[in-house]
Design a protein around this ligand. Structure first.
Ligand SMILES: C[S@@+](CC[C@H](N)C(=O)[O-])C[C@H]1O[C@@H](n2cnc3c(N)ncnc32)[C@H](O)[C@@H]1O
Length: 265
């Protein structure tokens, strides 16, 4: 399903950036998010696959399929922001000929990403295309303007302390003609699936996440952050305000996940 139309926005989706419980200001929010992901890094992959019923693998494969026009160009450079333990970075590097960099600001997540990449890379396309991992804040990237042909972010954008600055920074590092691809959770609006999704996110997922990860807050933060995250139409408006052309989104898996795409003119 591909969409561009506007619909009214419920007030609960009005957050300008991630707001972990108790955070005071953007700097504090970013520090808390970073610490939280650092703490859950050892169990992150298992929980990701388990709590999504392995749908996360399918979603990443679809992202790779959507950006084949860029990924098949050997001279192209892609940046996978908020790469965490590197699942999308690895999929992008294996799915084409472009050079791919993964970046994240949580060191323990990058350590896992590097380990996994070493295990995968036995001489195949990954070792040729994966240009490495960089510890960096997505709101302050260590790259010159016009450096990348593709910037992706899977399930990380929602955690940024300021969404407008996130888009502005991605716009800056993209070359003219470069593409952005943001994969994020979304609250389904459908009556039946919407209720099921909210029940799972609020009642089941935080409990399982707490038991398995040992973190009290991380998997309560997840549903809260999805609830506060701007609606697809608000995100499209933000992409347009940041200067992107042709912003669109697709809803997957009953509307629980959205892929946002746009181009830097
Ligand atoms: C839910 S994980 C997603 C990881 C990975 N992309 C995936 O699909 O599994 C979110 C990641 O975003 C990172 N992150 C959040 N805010 C960030 C920021 N401002 N700069 C860099 N990384 C950030 C976190 O450290 C975490 O690794």
């Amino acid at each position: 399903m591909m969409m561009t139309a506007a619909t009214p926005t419920p007030a609960k989706h009005s957050a300008t950036g991630a707001q972990p419980e108790g955070a005071i200001g953007e700097r504090d929010a970013a520090a808390r998010v970073r610490e939280m992901f650092g703490n859950i890094a050892p169990r992150y992959d298992f929980l990701n696959h388990f709590l999504s019923g392995h749908m996360d693998r399918l979603w990443r494969r679809r992202v790779v399929a959507r950006f084949q026009d860029v990924l098949q160009r050997p001279e192209a450079r892609a940046l996978d922001l908020c790469c965490g333990t590197g699942d999308l970075t690895i999929a992008l590097a294996r799915g084409g000929r472009a050079k791919v960099i993964g970046s994240d600001y949580a060191h323990p997540m990058l350590v896992r990403a590097a380990e996994k990449s070493r295990n995968y890379s036995a001489g195949g396309s990954l070792s040729e295309n994966l240009a490495g991992y960089v510890e960096a804040d997505a709101l302050q990237l260590p790259y010159d303007a016009n450096s990348f042909d593709l910037v992706t972010d899977a399930f990380g954008f929602r955690n940024l302390a300021n969404y407008d600055r996130g888009f502005a920074e991605i716009f800056r590092v993209l070359r003219p003609g470069g593409q952005i691809g943001i994969l994020e959770f979304n609250e389904p609006t459908g009556d039946y699936f919407g209720r099921l999704f909210r029940f799972y996110m609020k009642r089941i997922l935080p409990r399982l996440g707490r038991i398995i990860s040992g973190s009290k807050s991380a998997y309560s933060y997840l549903p809260a952050s999805v609830e506060k995250f701007p609606t697809p139409d608000d995100l499209i408006a933000k992409l347009t305000a940041a200067g992107f052309a042709n912003p669109t989104y697709e809803l997957w898996t009953g509307g629980s996940v959205a892929l946002y795409r746009a181009t830097k003119p």
